[in-house]
Design a protein around this ligand. Sequence first.
Ligand code: TYD
Length: 236
Amino acid sequence: MRQANLKGKASVGKGLFITFEGGEGAGKSTQIRRLADRLRDYARELVVTREPGGTELAERLREIILSGGAKKFGPLGEAVLFSAARIDHIDKVIAPALSRGAVVLCDRFADSTRAYQGARGEVAEAAMDALEQAALAGCRPDLTFILDLAPDIGLARAKNRRGEGAADRFEGEADSFHGLLREKFRDIAGAEPNRCRLIDAERSQDEVAAAIWQAMAEKFRQREHEAEAPAEASQP
Ligand code: TYD
């Protein structure tokens, strides 16, 4: 089944796959909720999901990884586990939804593996590429919002949100890690400008939501244009 998907994106149908990325406390959940509310009038079907997670098996892996239970494997081992969770998520949730023509909003995806597990440069780029290619099997996002903000602001927000609870596996990393993480996400945005939109997330929630909506509207227009293109091309 995954072999067939390797042929490319066409296999995941006409849906729209949107991912949200960024460091800790960037405000992804709030923005996903706001975008989902707005999209309900436009999308024939809307699927909101998250990583690690989205399926029973992936949620189980989530528990192991975020509790720190897989830290001893090191970044490559953790990247493999995140990818295993992703394979299940793609096969059971994301690819079928896209095939039905749904808009899929996903809180974190493959860029998080590149950024978090790749932050300290301990995983060879070639290994990361191979893992990503095998796990995604052509199921790549159409649009990725990278919410960018200073790590100290994000970490303070995340701490505020969790109250007395303990920091999870990655939130508890050293400040230097969160600085590297931000750079990694920025590098990803710079390397793939067609897919990625770097969003200044230090602004108010309303301003961030407006920037996201503007990019969404552009994407819808581009899609309409693409849908009209074959008809135009066939005219004499
Ligand atoms: P979550 O509670 O969903 O955090 P957030 O609200 O910041 O998204 O926890 C997910 C954590 O897992 C987060 O710290 C990022 C990390 N992560 C990776 O390190 N690699 C990955 O591939 C993914 C998907 C997440």
